[in-house]
Design a protein around this ligand. Structure first.
Ligand code: NAD
Ligand code: 89V
Length: 343
């Protein structure tokens, strides 16, 4: 099979992981990169040996023949860039958060659907191997039918040094990090009908909320709590681990700090270490996230080859983004928010 010709737009902090990921995946080559900042273009172009460099995405689409484009810019630019890809009939991956508003996200899904172009949101946390291990246990039936979940991300890691924009936005933890944790809740327990949210800002140096606690009713009957904090100083910093508790009719799952998975189920209790591998280019503690980048990008290539919809397609991600919107609305009103009216 001919090698897929991809291009990357946005050569910032996180895109370096995506470039490493593409280099690890067989049958794909990134043939062009684009960033409106010439300095970032040079850094990434030189690091990965990419000769074709553009400061304008429109020029890149006009000048290149592409099998897909990977958009790794921040959210405000996603809609114009995704719509540009759709106009050029180029399959597109878009980083999370998919869009600043649900209306923009719906418009992007519509544009790609009408153009017949595959669209995947780079919602990678569910692709972390510890999270996949939890899902495999749920699917095995070992704990019966889940009726309760707690998906928890609590840390005091300095995310602002690598991503300074996170300190300045009116929205912070739900939009940037909670979005991943809400997606994991959907991945493990199914879609959500109602969400109730409380938020707080503990760090006075940032503009948005850095603590969020969400209570959710899942359509299938389970209840879950999704709790996120960047104001939690622990004895051992767990960043960027997501901790999980699931109770089922026949047993329990606990994914604890240190990637320790305990399953107490129909066949007894099994404790295992589900630490993610440390890829050659990865660095702790980010290796968990970095491994999931390769996994989701491999999934994209597999889906393109088979002509099937990616697990985190644009259409699927509308349901995760709707949870973000509903969480902010509920944090403000302090009322439970139904998801039905948003979708
Ligand atoms: P960044 O600001 O470091 O990089 C973004 C780059 O995009 C910048 O170099 C900027 O010049 C460029 N850019 C912006 N608009 C452009 C346009 N219209 N055309 C060309 N270039 C443009 O940001 P980052 O920290 O790398 O984050 C990028 C995205 O990745 C964000 O949406 C963020 O939420 C997401 N992210 C995801 C993960 C994950 O695990 N999935 C982790 C970190 C960041
Ligand atoms: O995954 C992310 O989107 C990152 C971080 C883990 C730092 O929140 O922004």
């Amino acid at each position: 099979m001919a090698e897929l010709r991809g291009a990357l737009i946005g050569c910032g902090f996180f895109a370096v992981n995506q470039m490493h990921g593409w280099r690890d995946i067989e049958g794909v080559a990134i043939v062009a990169i684009c960033d409106r900042d010439p300095e970032r273009l040079k850094i990434v172009g030189d690091q990965f040996g990419i000769a074709k460099r553009y400061t304008d995405a429109a020029e890149m689409f006009a000048g290149e023949t592409l099998d897909f484009v990977d958009i790794a810019t921040t959210a405000p630019s996603h809609r114009p860039l995704v719509e540009m890809a759709a106009r050029h009939r180029v399959p597109v991956i878009c980083q999370k958060p998919f869009a600043p508003t649900l209306a923009d996200a719906k418009a992007m899904v519509k544009a790609c659907t009408e153009a017949g172009v595959p669209l995947m949101v780079h919602e990678n946390f569910r692709w972390q191997s510890p999270i996949q291990a939890v899902r495999a246990v749920v699917d095995s039936g070992e704990i019966g039918t889940p009726f309760f979940g707690r998906i928890s991300f609590r840390s005091a890691y300095d995310v602002f040094s690598g991503q300074p924009y996170l300190a300045t936005g009116k929205r912070f933890i739900i939009e940037d990090l909670g979005i991943h944790i809400l997606d994991i809740a959907r991945f493990l327990l199914g879609d959500v009908s109602v969400i109730t949210t409380r938020t707080a800002r503990i760090n006075p140096a940032i503009a948005g909320e850095d603590v969020a606690t969400m209570l959710m009713d899942h359509v299938g009957g389970a209840t879950s709590v999704v709790d996120c904090s960047y104001a939690t100083r622990l004895a051992t910093e767990p960043f960027p681990q997501t901790l999980i508790e699931i109770d089922g009719s026949d047993g329990t799952i606990r994914l604890a700090q240190g990637y320790r998975l305990t399953v107490a189920g129909k066949s007894g209790t099994v404790v295992s270490n589900v630490s993610p591998p440390l890829l050659p280019w990865a660095s702790r503690p980010w290796h968990n996230i970095q491994e999931s980048v390769v996994a989701i990008q491999q999934h994209w290539v597999d889906c393109l080859a088979k002509g099937i919809e990616p697990a985190t397609s644009g259409a699927d991600n509308l349901r995760t983004l709707a949870l973000v919107e509903a969480a902010y609305a509920g944090a403000e009103s302090r009322d439970p928010v139904s998801l039905e009216s948003l979708l």
